[in-house]
Structure formats: C-alpha cells, structure tokens
Design a protein around this ligand. Sequence first.
Ligand code: SF4
Length: 433
Amino acid sequence: MNAVPDCAVTADRATAPTAPTAPTARTERGQREVFCGLTGIVWLHRKIQDAFFLVVGSRTCAHLIQSAAGVMIFAEPRFATAILDERDLAGLADANAELDRAVARLLERRPDIRLLFLVGSCPSEVIKLDLARAATRLSVIHSPTVRVRHYSGSGIETTFTQGEDACLASLVPSLPVEDTDAASLLVVGALPDVVEDQFDRVLAAMGIGPVRFLPPRRSTELPPVGPNTRFLLAQPFLADTARALAARGARHLPATFPFGAEGTTEWLRAAAREWRVSPERFEAVTAPARARATRALARYRAQLEGKRVFFMPDSQLEVPLARVLSRELGMELVEVGTPFLHRQHLAAELERLPPGTAIVEGQDVERQLDRVRAARPDVTVCGLGLANPLEAEGLTTKWSIELVFTPIHGYEQAGDLAELFARPLVRRVRLAV
Ligand code: SF4
C-alpha cells in the first residue's frame, strides 16, 4: 500500500477560489492504463451521418475499433482501417500510394461519403506517415464531392476522449466565416440527437440564438464561426477545439458542464447572461425541467448517499461527475483522478467540489490501485482493463467509457446519470444474496 505517493505536487492555483480549503490537485506520472483516441470513432461516426473514419493503422487498431463499436451486420459501417503491413512499416512500400488507392476504392464503393477523416495511429506516427499532406492531396483529388481531413487517434500520451477533441479541432479551419453581425451560440461537443434537441428547445424558449452545434449531424451543415460566435463546451475534454475556435475569434462562455440539475442550470445561465435573458424568463423556462431533474436524482439519493466513490483517471469527465455525485447525490469522493486537468475550463467545477477533495492529475496505475485497495470504495470508476481485476478482488466498478456512450447531459438525463452509479451497487447486493 502506498496511500501517500511521493509524486510531484502542484497546487491548483490557477482558477480555484483562494479559500484555504479549496480543493488542491497533485500530478502523478507513471504507467497509464487508458484506451487510445481511436475509441472516439465509436460515437463520432454515429453523430456525423455522412462522414467516414479511415484509420491508418495496424491490425491491433482494427481490432480495437471493431470490438469497441461492435460488428455491424445490417448497416454499412462508416469506419474502417487501412492496415499498414510489414512492407509499409519497413519502408519497402510507398504507403502514400497505397493510401491513395485505398481511398479511391472506398469512395468509389461508397458515394454517400462527403467527409473523410484520415485517422492517424501509433504505427502511422512511428513511420512518420504525413497524414496532413495526404489529406491535402486527397482533398484536391476528390474535391468538391468529398472533403478529406485528418487527425491523430494515437495512444501515445493521450486518452480516449482526446480523439473527439482532435477530430473537432481538425474541423474548425473548415468552418465557414460568419457573415452577420448578430451574435450566435455554438454548442461544442458530440451530443446524442435527443439531448441536442432538448437544449435547442430550452435555449430557443429563452430567445437565445441562432444556436448551432459542433459537430453537426451532416458535414454539409458546418456551423459558421467568427468574432460574434459565443460557444459553450458540452464536454470537458475539448481543449484543442476551444483553442482553435478562439483563434477564429469565437468567445468561450465559462460555465459548469451540463450534468445534473445544478450543472445544467449554470451552463444554461452562462448563455442566458450573455443574451441578457431576464431572471424571470430564465426561471420560467428552466424551472419545470430542473424540478424533474431534481426529482429524478432524489430517487437515487437514498441508494447513493454516503457511498464512497473513487475515480481512476480515464474519460476526463471525472471532475464534473464528481461534482454531481457529491453535491446532488451525497456521495463521498475518495479520490478524483483525471488524465488532464484543464484548470480554466474546469474552474466552475473545481470551486464546487467539497473542500479538501483529493484530485490527482495523470496516472501511476500501480500506486493508484494500491490506494483503491486500501480505501475499498463502494464504487470505483475505471477503464475496462482495470474493472475485471478489481471486481475479482470484491470491489464494485463502473466502466468510465459507459459514461461517454450513454446520454447523461441535461435535465432529462439526470436520473439516467444517477442510475449508472446506482446500478453496480444494486448488482453487487444481488450477487451477494
Ligand atoms: S492507435 Fe495505438 S494504442 Fe490505439 S489501437 Fe492502434 S496501436 Fe493501439
């Protein structure tokens, strides 16, 4: 056991309030246990309906995507892997020429594709295959029918939600220039269509708009961007995308993330403040859904209150979810691990965590497992690779990847979010009977 690691310690100075009890974060470096950014294809290919993701990688990459996304039997998949074989890796074949041929074959067979992402991987990075140049070259060849963009999903020094960030950031230069002086709101982050529609309705009821979403449902609906664009982040892992939007003149509206009743309210309030919506109108529009969310959360509070939760660093959703679990469901935070801590984007989250919350940025998996075993939390939120061994040791786990696949944003999904944490506890009780 190593309850107090001798890792580097940094104070969370940038954004948290200066109160002496404000949560502090320390960094930890060592072996990591996370999925790579290719995983994002699993939800992104469902969102952008005319896009195709071509991973330029190895058989390992192909297996990862296929097992994560499931094999589609009835539908034409919108992702594939162009496999780099030994000849490519040894530099004996012209990988660029082979890639051009593979793309030509793909586009001939799939005339519905309008946006093609070349997705880099560890092997393509190791052989230094220049996918930026390949995307430019292929865009010229297949223009105007198909746009070709590229990003990296490589697992070297990344975590799985960074795939979405890299994908969206690669789209920002293609966004049209806004051509009006009126302010518009851009909601950034892949959301299930049903959640997007809910936010659209609430924002419209407050007179906020036009509201657009990145990514759009179709590549032909890329939202315009410019100095009159204000943007709300729907996910906490979009640092590069936010930076790219700011470089195009758009302005970020800082807020909590829209999880739980409180987080959703404060997220909506950030837009309402910008559009000068009166407090009465804000209240009238949000109160009914907020009450539904509060009631839905209350149903799970009895099961979750006082239970101890430990977050291993994985999805980058850890800090906002810890806030919901502690403030709205009464859970005790043993440790909140997160692969990266974007102090600016998470400022409103960090200041809502209980004083003294242990926040750990980065990972040294063995030490973190030692702390899990010592603390024996009621629920450990972790990646798939760690869940089975911990379950075998009698610990209850929640797969963090499920939190990305399941609709959990907004008022109407607050109960589903709570249920995701209650379910493994119920299962454990049933197994024990
Ligand atoms: S990109 Fe790297 S980490 Fe991801 S599946 Fe391929 S080889 Fe593995």
